[in-house]
Every structure is written in C-alpha cells, then in structure tokens.
Design a protein. Structure first.
Length: 476
C-alpha cells in the first residue's frame, strides 16, 4: 500500500508555522473495517467522518497545539519505528489534513467547515420533519424489538406471512393484466408505502439506540420521482460492523412487520387488497436495497464487506482494471506511448490500496461493481430514452392534468380516468425534479473534485460527509 505519510514531491512547507491544533470536538476512535490493518475513525463536530490509516492516526493524535512539526516528527518516528522529518510532518499537515478542515486556524479557530457535496446518487431537497428530541423516546421504547429472541420470532412470523400472502396472491397474478388491474389497489399501495416510511426510519433509530449509538432527526426528500425518508445515524460508525449491519437493515426489518398486519387483514376479510399492498411493500424494500443509490442496500454491503466509500472503490477498481488492460495491450503491441503512459501506471498502482482488504471482500466488491454498472447502465438508458419524450410532452400533460382536475371537481366524465391522469402528471413532475436535482449535484461534485489538491484522496478517506456517513433512509 502507498505510504500514507509519503509527502508530495515539490511541496511548499512552512517549518516555522505555529504548533498545529485540532478543532475542539474532533474525536479519534478505532474503526471496524475489512482492511488487513487497523483503521481509525476521525469525527468532526459537523458530523463528517474520515477513515485514517495507522500513521495518519498517530500524526493526528499529536496535534495538540503544543508540539511543533519538529517535535511531532520526533514523537511520530518513535511510534512508527522509523525516522520522520519535520518537513514530512509539515507537508502532510498542509496537503492532507488541513483540507479536511480539522485544524483550528486564525480565521476560524473553533468552527468546522460546512459539509461538502455528497454523492449525486442520493436524496435531494432534504427537509427535517421530526427533531431528534422527539424521535429519541419513541426509538428508545421500541429498541426491545432487537432483542435476539424477539427478533428471531418476528422474522419467522414475517416469513410465514409472506408465504401465506403469495400463496393467496398467486392465482391473481396468473390472470393479471394491465387492463383489469384494480385502480383502488394501485392507490392503496402507493398510500400505504408512503405511510410506512416513518415506521421504517424508526427501525434504523431503534437499532442505533439498542447498540448505544445516538441518532439525529428524521427528514424527507426526493429520490427521483419517489418520496424518501431518512434518519441521521452518523454515530453508528463507532459500532462494530455486525452492529452497523443491523442498523442498516433495521428499516427493512420494521417495514416487513407491516406484512404481518396486511396478511392478517387479508385472512380476516378475504379481500385481495391487502395482498396487493404486500406486493408493493416488497417491491419498495427491494428498491431500497438497490446498490446504485446511497440507501440501505449500499450501507449494508459496505458494512458486510468492511469496505467504505463503495462508489469510490468501484470507480477505483474499474479504473485500475482498465489501466492494467491498456498497459498490457501497449506492451503486447509494442506501443511505447501506451505502455509507458504515467497516468495509466498511476491508476494501475491503485490496486495496492484494494489489496488492503481480504480476498472475500475484494470478490464482494467485484460483484457490487458489476451490479452497480448494470444498474447504472439501465438507469442511464431509461433516462435518455424517456427524458426527451417526457420533456416534450410535459406542457401538454400539464394542460391535460389541469383540465382533468377541473372536470373532477365539477363531476364531469369518468373519475377514474381523471385520477390516473393526475397521478401520471405528479409522477412526471417528481421525476423531472429528481433528475434536475441529481444533475445539479453531479455538476457540483465534479467542480469540487476538480479543485481538489493533488496528493489527497486515498488516505484519509472521507466516509461520506454530512449525510453520506450516516443518513440511512428509504425511498418509496
């Protein structure tokens, strides 16, 4: 692996700078990850988290405002068992630590920087709706649902409820067609999936409380055309991987409990309506586990494998494979410009960073990368096929929706037709808003990365920023 303390060549260093000091509230703890060496967690007061390798952890722990770079170099060298120069210390502080915003400066001695732009494949238009002080007593009262005997019993009951529901639903699915699909089932499914979102988020909060971690407020936002809910559980980074995995899947666990109620309703009334809602709930949970977006599935894979920054690692793995293939092609065809290209050699060398994880974790990352690329290609294909037609037809759709709304209020025509048209207009509007938000975030993320300093990126690794590190929510 590349030495985390390797100073960039030609770096300008101020050896007479005052003794560096961490911002108040910055915390250092061990991180349970899938890396072969012990990794550490650096937490800022604004909720951002960074993953540190051992040498950087020891360096950061010495930034007490009393030691100069020269004194830090002596102490750090003793800890690492090799000589460290004051120039190396000052360079790393300037190039790798100062950009993180963890140091107190004359301009901002006490205040951490604002959170940076998170992945565009996330929730936009986030709005807090339930403060943490209101959510906490409810989550505290529900944490007993994670006691192993209770959880095992509930999971077994949920499985049996699914078996019953799909046994009853199978004959209906065999004869289903878009023409005779009941509109009331569509509307009931949409409403029920949205209504269960707060309960889903309580699952994350209650799991965090069960393991002694704090949680923040519950928020809502848009994920494409869907309403999404999320609860801030940034504090779970100090938990073990197994505990974090339980928090990740806690939302799906709680949402699955709704199947118990729906199956009981179907058995008691003989109505097929609750069964259709069960199907909608399962589709919603499967979408929530899609690795493309930073929702429950993303975090579950990350914590199960111990690999942080999955989207970044996917890009790293793909660029490494591509660069290695191009270098082999250059050597095979004896194309010196290709075989000796410095950028390709730099990208190919990043494989050493991935080797820090075990073989099973790297296999899981390869599978995740495959699913990610397939999902992304499907999403892009769908977007570029539907988006032009949607944009061109949207004005006509808006006029038709206006006329349908007026006709529905005046009791003119078939209500079912008007409701379907209004639902279609609402879906198209949310889809355009979501795509526009994602485009803006992609541009902002690209601009931020385009202005990053060289020599910064691999270690320390940002665990996701303000919402990426802890906002684990559901889109439904």
């Amino acid at each position: 692996m590349t030495d985390p303390l390797a100073a960039p060549a030609g770096a300008a260093v101020a050896l007479d700078a005052p003794a560096p000091r961490l911002l108040p509230g910055v915390r250092l703890t061990e991180l349970d990850s899938g890396a072969s060496q012990q990794m550490y967690l650096l937490r800022l007061p604004n909720g951002r988290h960074f993953q540190l390798a051992g040498p950087l952890y020891h360096l950061v722990s010495l930034l007490d405002g009393q030691r100069t770079p020269a004194a830090i170099a002596v102490e750090l060298g003793a800890r690492l068992g090799r000589p460290i120069t004051a120039e190396e210390v000052a360079t790393i502080i300037d190039r790798k630590l100062a950009p993180l915003g963890i140091l107190a400066t004359a301009d901002a001695p006490e205040r951490p920087p604002a959170p940076t732009v998170d992945s565009a494949l996330g929730v936009v238009a986030r709005l807090p709706v339930v403060p943490a002080r209101v959510l906490e007593p409810v989550a505290e009262a529900l944490k007993w649902l994670y006691a192993p005997p209770v959880a095992l019993g509930l999971v077994l009951a949920i499985v049996l409820a699914h078996v019953y529901s799909y046994q009853q639903l199978a004959p209906l699915l065999a004869t289903l067609s878009p023409i005779n699909f009941p509109l009331v089932a569509v509307l009931a499914a949409m409403v029920c999936v949205q209504l269960v979102l707060p309960w889903h988020e309580l699952g994350h909060a209650a799991a965090a409380r069960y393991f002694g971690a704090r949680h923040g407020p519950m928020s809502i936002g848009l994920l494409g055309p869907m309403l999404a809910a999320m609860v801030e559980v940034t504090d779970v980074w100090h938990l073990t991987r197994r505990q974090r995995l339980v928090v990740d899947l806690g939302g799906v666990y709680f949402q699955s409990m709704s199947v118990l109620v729906l199956a009981a309703m179907a058995a008691a009334t003989g109505s097929a309506l609750p069964l259709w809602v069960v199907l909608a709930m399962d589709v919603s949970m499967l979408m929530n586990l899609n690795p493309l977006f930073k929702l429950d599935g993303y975090w579950a894979v990350s914590d199960a494998t111990g690999i942080t920054n999955l989207h970044q690692r996917v890009g790293q793995q793909l660029s490494t494979l591509t660069a290695s293939a191009l270098l082999r092609l250059g050597r095979l065809l004896r194309i010196a410009a290709l075989a000796e290209h410095p950028v390709l050699h730099f990208l190919a060398a990043q494989e050493n960073q991935l080797r820090a994880y075990g073989a099973s974790a790297r296999v899981a990352l390869a599978l995740f990368a495959t699913l990610f690329v397939l999902s992304l290609l499907y999403f892009l294909l769908l977007t570029f096929v539907l988006l032009p037609a949607l944009v061109l037809s949207y004005p006509l759709l808006a006029v038709a929706a206006w006329n349908s709304a007026r006709a529905l209020l005046e009791g003119i025509g078939e209500p079912t037709t008007h409701i379907l048209l209004l639902v279609q207009f609402g879906f198209a509007t949310l889809l355009l808003i979501g795509l526009a938000g994602m485009a803006v975030r992609l541009v902002r993320a690209w601009r931020v990365r385009g202005t990053s300093r060289s020599g910064f990126g691999a270690w320390p690794g940002d665990l996701g920023g303000f919402h990426g590190a802890g906002w684990r929510g559901t889109g439904g």
